[in-house]
Design a protein around this ligand. Sequence first.
Ligand SMILES: [Zn+2]
Ligand SMILES: [Zn+2]
Length: 245
Amino acid sequence: MISFRNILENFKDMVFPVRCPVCDRPVYYYERKEGICSSCRKELPLIRHNRCYKCGRALDTGEKELCRDCRNKTGTHIYVRGLSLCTYNDLMRASIYRMKYQGRKEYAKAYGRMMAEQFGNAIKRAGIEGIIPVPLHPKREYERGYNQAALLARTLGKETGVKVYEDYVIRTCHTPPMKSLSTGERQNNLKKAFKIGRNDVKLGITIIIDDIYTTGSTIDAVAKVLIEAGVSRVYFISLAIGEDL
Ligand SMILES: [Zn+2]
Ligand SMILES: [Zn+2]
């Protein structure tokens, strides 16, 4: 039966096709829910086994417990543990670039669903009470029209039934693009970049969501603010994480 809703959906498909995060072509109607071509799904560098016990980075063998980066930073991270969906390879670099800078916000739905598929059980086991996306500076969010971390968090929250708090942590001052700064400057800058946005809810165990994990300094800066606000444990999930070098 053709309903008004169906007509609307078809119209929406013609005007705003859902594009696959891997090949960027509109996905077939029957793949709309997943938001990714079933053939392209196989191309994703999913991290399934041999993860770093701390940051979740893919390790080349199952013999090591920690990646090189975490071995060098033992005891310095504020978060407890983290997981990432994919390794940040060329494919993910291009996909995340389109998601952030070319308006492909629908990618976040496909990725958020996959995060829920892979990590839904871990989230339940950890007893997560709130999902906190890494906030974007309001000016940058206004320019872009959305915060990709918040979009990932919304889908993850919807799929797992865990509440998302988008304004729990907010970005304070305008931070210059991180690329132009040294590691020390980066960390100093980040320390001042976040603060608690609301204090009407007390959260115990939370998970921070971000698109890319590089050194973990952003996650730690947000985690620090959360711990200072009384949160007991902070985990993180990121869409992609660098290789173990
Ligand atoms: Zn595709
Ligand atoms: Zn690690």
